[in-house]
Write a protein that binds this ligand. Structure first.
Ligand SMILES: CSCC[C@H](NC=O)C(=O)O
Ligand SMILES: [Zn+2]
Ligand SMILES: [Zn+2]
Length: 400
């Protein structure tokens, strides 16, 4: 048996010996880059992507959309480059870890005896980045050429809302130039046999309610205090939360994407035990499904566009027929959280959220995030079929 060429895992004992499949080796190498908030090492990601572009012999474009925030695009030009292109999007950043709760160093990409690779980003979404890259590498090696142009795009800052990444970039002239017709972006793992695909997202509403009130001595019954108002606000939000919680798993609401979630996530206020404060703040994270009518909220309308999963839709039918041909069962859902797909859909481009991970617990943002190497490798084969299917979607009448 060969020694593990990646050396021992850090902080959790030895990785299992044996040479990695080259795709697994590349995945583990990418997982070790510390593109973690609050200060992601984006330079390391850029160096890595530069090297990949050279290996794939694809032209690379870098656009600094905000200071220190670079969007990288590798373009595989199609044989009919005037047709709408296919966008394969992934974000390079990952969320922080609580290392004390991990079995292994979260940036060592430790592989255990079952082939489970532990690292922050193993599911969200460094797996998909490497799967796109390896699928393109194999298709190129086979001599296959796309009809529609394929863009691989790598964006920063998704995990902090995408404001200095995709949200800004979709309004940039360089984005228009890509002439995107259809996009793939991240999804979630599925613990069962099926694969989940996301055709829309809930709207995130982050609300802080400011409660001013009469201050005074902590020993008195002061009227109209901040705390009394705060209690009223908290009760209203949490009563609504109870109602929505009961709606889940009943009637037509089967997944989180079908109901509104509410969580009280921050409270602020107070200076001393015996001083009634003049103000208190409470913050809530709400996620609202696209089926809820937001028009009634005059001041807070947000984009609720969803992507067609009609069997007559050419993009969806190419996507779903390819999966069906591979005996994959698709489960269509609304994404419970928020990804960069929402910015793509908001500019009128259909996008499907899809991370090919079945038989895998959903561990994004969690302790001990991992992905099994066999599931990861199967995902490359999935993209090897999906990319030709999407890049081969016949020209529409308006494209001719
Ligand atoms: C509302 S912007 C924040 C985006 C973030 N995305 C991934 O977790 C989320 O909380 O859903
Ligand atoms: Zn993600
Ligand atoms: Zn995430």
């Amino acid at each position: 048996m060969l020694p593990d060429k990646d050396g021992p895992g850090v902080g959790g004992g030895q990785s299992v010996p044996g040479a990695d499949d080259p795709s697994v080796g590349l995945f583990r190498e990418y997982l070790r880059l510390r593109t973690v908030h609050p200060e992601p090492d984006y330079d390391a990601a850029l160096r890595f992507l530069n090297r990949i572009a050279e290996e794939l012999e694809l032209p690379i474009t870098k656009i600094e959309v905000c200071p220190g925030r670079v969007v990288t695009i590798m373009t595989w030009e199609g044989t009919k480059p005037t047709l709408k292109s296919i966008l394969l999007n992934s974000h390079t950043d990952v969320v922080p870890v609580f290392q004390e709760h991990w079995k292994y160093d979260a940036f060592s990409a430790f592989k255990d005896a079952e082939g489970n690779i532990y690292a922050r980003g193993s599911q969200d979404m460094k797996c998909v980045t490497i799967q796109y890259i390896q699928a393109v590498r194999r298709l190129k090696a086979e001599g296959w050429k796309p009809m529609r142009t394929v863009h691989l795009m790598f964006v920063p800052d998704e995990e902090v809302g995408g404001h200095k990444g995709m949200e800004t970039f979709v309004k940039h002239p360089e984005f228009q130039k890509l002439n995107v017709g259809f996009a793939l972006d991240e999804g979630l793992a599925n613990p069962g046999e099926g694969f989940t695909v996301f055709y829309g997202e809930r709207n995130p509403w982050w609300i802080t309610v400011h409660c001013p009130g009469r201050p005074g001595h902590g020993s008195r019954f002061v009227e109209n205090t901040a705390a009394e108002k705060l209690r009223h606000v908290i009760n209203s939000f949490l009563d609504f939360r109870e109602k929505e919680k009961h709606r889940l798993n009943t009637s037509e609401c089967f997944t989180l994407g079908d109901v509104t979630t509410v969580n009280m996530t921050m409270v602020k206020g107070g200076v001393a035990y015996n001083v009634i404060p003049a103000e208190m703040d409470v913050s809530f994270d709400l996620r609202i499904p696209p089926t809820v009518n937001l028009q009634v909220w005059k001041h807070k309308h947000m984009n609720q566009s969803v992507t067609s999963t009609d069997e007559n839709d050419p993009w969806w039918s190419a996507f779903s027929a390819t999966c069906k041909a591979m005996n994959m069962t698709l489960e269509k859902e609304i994404f419970p959280a928020a990804t960069d797909s929402r910015f793509i859909r908001a500019v009128g481009i259909p996008a499907i959220g899809f991370s090919p991970m079945n038989r895998t617990p959903i561990l994004l943002h969690d302790h001990n995030e991992y992905l099994n190497e066999q599931v990861f490798l199967k995902g490359i084969i999935v993209y090897e079929k999906l990319i030709p299917a999407l890049a081969g979607v016949s020209a529409f009448p308006e494209e001719a």
